[in-house]
Design a protein around this ligand. Sequence first.
Ligand code: SF4
Length: 175
Amino acid sequence: MRIASWISDSIVDGPGLRLTVFTQGCPHRCPGCHNPDTWDPAGGREVALEELEGLMDKNPLLKGLTLSGGEPFSQAADCAALARAARARGLDVWVYTGYTWEVLTAAGDPDWEDLLAAADVLVDGPFLLERRSYAALFRGSDNQRLIDVTKSRAAGRAVAWSRPDPLAHFTVPES
Ligand code: SF4
């Protein structure tokens, strides 16, 4: 697949420590995009999936894989394979996209379906400069949604992801 870059210790692209892969090539061209160098599909560099899998294996502290861009759905088959490799290692998968959930699910593209099926959370929609927000969790603008992919596929509509309660597994001993 073609990538712009990767970060092996991101804490801003989803919960916990994450390997974030910035794919190369994006058709959306959002005004104010922070990564315009990722727009050209011929830019960046070609990388073997095994190299990225090796990055996952190197860091036992990783909680997840994030696919960002660029536009991951422009290389959906390769991104789906990488996402499946992450899940096989017990990592969760977040995918950022400039498309909306409704566009992705209505398209009938089998590669897009494969990538959705391998994702836990989809951060959807283009970056909108006029909706830029520094308060929006894990997003650049507040039109973008954090979508729980499993629940949304079951419901046939976009269902918001909610952050798990970090204390949910703890019980308070009775006195
Ligand atoms: S979708 Fe993301 S990478 Fe593509 S132009 Fe918009 S902000 Fe930039």
